[in-house]
Write a protein that binds this ligand. Structure first.
Ligand code: GDP
Ligand code: IMO
Ligand code: MG
Length: 422
């Protein structure tokens, strides 16, 4: 009987997809608990690359059942595209994917509002997938849910009501012509026909599975510092990627979660706006971006790159209750003579005791660095911890000690076999 949460411990793109794929071999069920198609989780199997946005990365293991929890916001177009893409690759989805009745639907006006808001002054650098506006409607209690697809009259009434309101906003505030309600109705009524077979009472399903001794891996999207409560607000996403979100986002109670795995990249990246203390803006940043192929899996945007931030990861450990971590992309650091690790922040000449909650403060801190010697050897074929160069082990020991984390998994390449278990 076990439920394990896997959580991104920096600003997303830590390599969650790869590690979920590796671990899902040992789980019966993999469930996504928040976010939407803003996520891009990459899994490489043989020569084939899969980028999953909404469907859990466990779908690539044929014995695993996959679940999209109530905390996820679902764009029907993105979901159908993903289902078709998987089917075309010979992967069976029907009977293996179940979607919560309580998950909210992303509507065309959410995507439109996302892009309009991004063209204003309060630019977050979102993925443009309608995530923020959809969660606003969820918490504003006017959202449209998967369960509404089961009652056509109610669905139509809700879409008409929302469109009336949204068109007023679009026309009067944003001087946009507005959207056509009949087109949206047609699209969502069509979606209803395809999606019915996937809908399930997920809290009951997951809790019964635990009762029967089955194991569940809860796959977080985004990362801790993008959490709407605990991240670098307002430069965050609109959901709760942190471990607590796994309970509210699926209906599994906190006392049934047994373990929390954090995923950390051996350095740090961030996409979009907001403070990033260890960011490298010149040659070394370009070098990390090129060597790590740091371009967004969803939007293709270049990722901002910088050194590992142990102060930030220690904060992430606290917020999530991380039991152990997987360190990914360690191979990317093989090309550096010297590697820096941030061990704390200084602000106005004083060392900070706690991770600052104000982005104004965070954008002014000076990182305190320790400099380690690089190993300058290819490690991507190492199969065990013993095979790693001694300087690589020193680096791992250092980040582990400084962040207070226990390392259980080391990833030295994007492929399944490039994974070391400790
Ligand atoms: P996610 O959003 O956390 O699932 O991460 P992404 O898929 O957006 O980004 C991680 C990228 O790094 C993907 O292109 C992976 O294929 C790749 N990757 C994962 N682990 C490793 C690793 O250990 N080494 C290298 N070089 N690439 C990796
Ligand atoms: P995965 O799951 C990295 C970032 C966006 C932006 C902010 C808000 O692949 O790690 P949103 O569209 O969510 O309203 O954008 O969050 N962001 C991500 N950054 N990885 C992700 O997902 C992200 N999902 C959203 O770049 O800064
Ligand atoms: Mg990603």
């Amino acid at each position: 009987m076990s439920a394990t949460v896997l959580v991104g411990s920096q600003w997303g793109d830590e390599g969650k997809g790869k590690i979920v794929d590796i671990l899902s071999e040992r789980f019966d069920i993999v469930a996504r608990y928040q976010g939407g198609a803003n996520a891009g989780h990459t899994v490489i199997i043989g020569d084939k690359q899969y980028i999953l946005h909404l469907i859990p990365s466990g779908i690539l293991r044929e014995n695993v059942i996959c679940v999209i929890g109530n905390g996820v916001v679902i764009d029907p177009k993105a979901l159908l595209e993903e289902i078709n893409l998987l089917k075309n690759s010979g992967i069976k989805v029907e009977g293996r994917l179940f979607i919560s009745q309580n998950a909210h639907l992303i509507m065309p006006y959410h995507k439109l509002l996302d892009s309009i808001e991004e063209s204003g002054e309060n630019k977050i650098g979102t993925t443009g997938r309608g995530i923020g506006p959809c969660y606003i409607d969820k918490f504003g209690r006017r959202g449209i849910r998967i369960v509404d697809l089961l009652n056509r009259d109610e669905l139509e009434r809700k879409i008409r009501y929302n469109l009336k309101e949204k068109n007023q906003l679009l026309q009067k505030v944003y001087h946009h012509e507005g959207l056509n309600v009949e087109e949206i109705l047609k699209e969502y009524l069509e979606f209803d026909k395809v999606i019915d077979k996937y809908i399930k009472d997920i809290p009951t399903f997951l809790n019964q599975a635990l009762d029967e001794g089955k194991s569940i891996l809860l796959e977080g999207a985004q990362g801790t510092l993008l959490d709407v409560d605990h991240g670098t607000y307002p430069f965050v996403t609109s959901s709760s990627p942190t471990a607590g979100g796994a309970c509210t986002g699926t209906g599994i109670p906190p006392n049934r979660i047994n373990y929390v795995i954090g995923i950390v990249k051996a350095y740090t990246t961030r996409v979009g706006n907001g403070p990033f203390p260890t960011e490298l803006t010149e040659e070394e940043g370009d070098k990390l971006r090129t060597l790590g192929a740091e371009f967004g899996a969803t939007t293709g945007r270049p990722r901002r790159c910088g050194w590992f931030d142990a102060f930030l990861v220690a904060y992430s450990k606290m917020i999530n209750g991380i039991d152990s971590v997987a360190v990914t992309k360690l191979d990317v650091l093989s090309h550096f003579d010297k590697i820096k690790v941030c061990v704390g922040y200084e602000l106005n000449g004083k060392k900070l005791k706690y991770f600052p909650s104000s982005v104004e403060q965070l954008s002014k801190v000076t990182p305190i660095y320790e400099v380690l010697d690089g190993w300058k050897q290819n490690i991507s074929n190492c199969k065990s911890y013993d095979e790693l160069p001694s300087r690589t082990k020193e680096y791992l020991n250092f980040i582990s000690k400084q962040s207070g984390i226990k390392i259980d998994i080391i990833s030295v390449g994007a492929k399944r076999q490039q994974t070391i278990f400790l």
